[in-house]
Design a protein around this ligand. Sequence first.
Ligand code: NAG
Ligand code: NAG
Ligand code: NAG
Length: 339
Amino acid sequence: MFSLNTLLSLPVFLSTTIVTFALAAPGGSPQGSDGSNGYIDVDKKEPFLNYATSLTGGEGCRDKDLKWIRDGFHEMNKLFAAAQSPDFESECEIEFFGRPYRISNYTDIITGNLRRAAQYANLQGDKLRNSDVHVRCDDPADVCEGGSKKDGKHPAYNIGNEPHINFCNRYFDLDPLDEQVNDESGNELSKLALGRYTNRASLWARMVMHINEVGKAIVVKPVPNLQPNATREWTVTTATGAMNTSIISGVVDDYKTTPGPNIRTFKYAYGVTRAKLLATLSTQTEYDALNNAENYALYALARYVIQQKGFFPNIPTVNFGNDMAVLTNDQSMEYPSTV
Ligand SMILES: *[C@@H]1O[C@H](CO)[C@@H](O)[C@H](O)[C@H]1NC(C)=O
Ligand SMILES: *[C@@H]1O[C@H](CO)[C@@H](O)[C@H](O)[C@H]1NC(C)=O
Ligand SMILES: *[C@@H]1O[C@H](CO)[C@@H](O)[C@H](O)[C@H]1NC(C)=O
């Protein structure tokens, strides 16, 4: 195995089979045999970045893909840094996680998830650090091109709730965080539409929430009630587990692709509208929104826009207490799904 310093001094194109990138936060010291600032900085002229977590692997990724991946990772850290200390009484929190009286038992979980996601930005030497993330582009699960016509292709997927992410071609079409935020916030007609701000960093944000050491979700399971004089045969246990993608129930599939009656009555909650529906509809459980990786990514994105631009892009707005109005307003997928 190469040492980290050896890897840092290798050109990226030699490193596509086994690589350990040192990624970063401002303030570290220069590395590399020529005293340059390492990979990121050679062309970006930014301060040396020195994250405690490394991105490893890189199977099937080209040189420029790896750069797009690690730049997206770097930007994700800016998103989560802007999304700490949630105020559960505020509009943004309410729209993405639900009304305070419904989520009062779960606010610690939400806060903890956001904190652990932000921990990637910890400097080396800090004992709180997340595992290295194995990134790749070779689509081992063979699902990159598997999206349906309406859903589009997958931009990325997490493998097994492990720190293991595959980036598909669509990821490389997503724009950098600040470029997207600056462009969209300058468009007076559409600047309140949060979906338009999605970018490579918000996609990364969703992906890390699927990693079991980062995103914790509520897992409720029915178990036989063994109490001798039980009045109910079943009871439920509540525990925490890895975070996946929640389902919107009771929604007829508008884009049915299979013959026969429309029996598919759920949709995966991707996109701004569905993320907000999870938090809004009385038919969803209190924990559906906080169990959904997408909700954290969009919440962090909204907080970042608030921090950078001073306004909350709150469209589509949701109508609490009126399920019918909300459902009628359910639009088609705003951006394609991933696993
Ligand atoms: C919060 O937890 C308590 C104790 O388990 C339970 O009685 C209560 O119904 C829960 N509240 C909500 C809103 O889920
Ligand atoms: C998410 O999926 C994993 C793997 O199937 C499972 O262990 C976990 O319980 C799921 N999480 C929830 C909240 O259902
Ligand atoms: C169950 O019900 C029986 C009969 O009513 C009673 O004698 C017994 O104490 C109860 N057991 C428990 C565990 O409540």
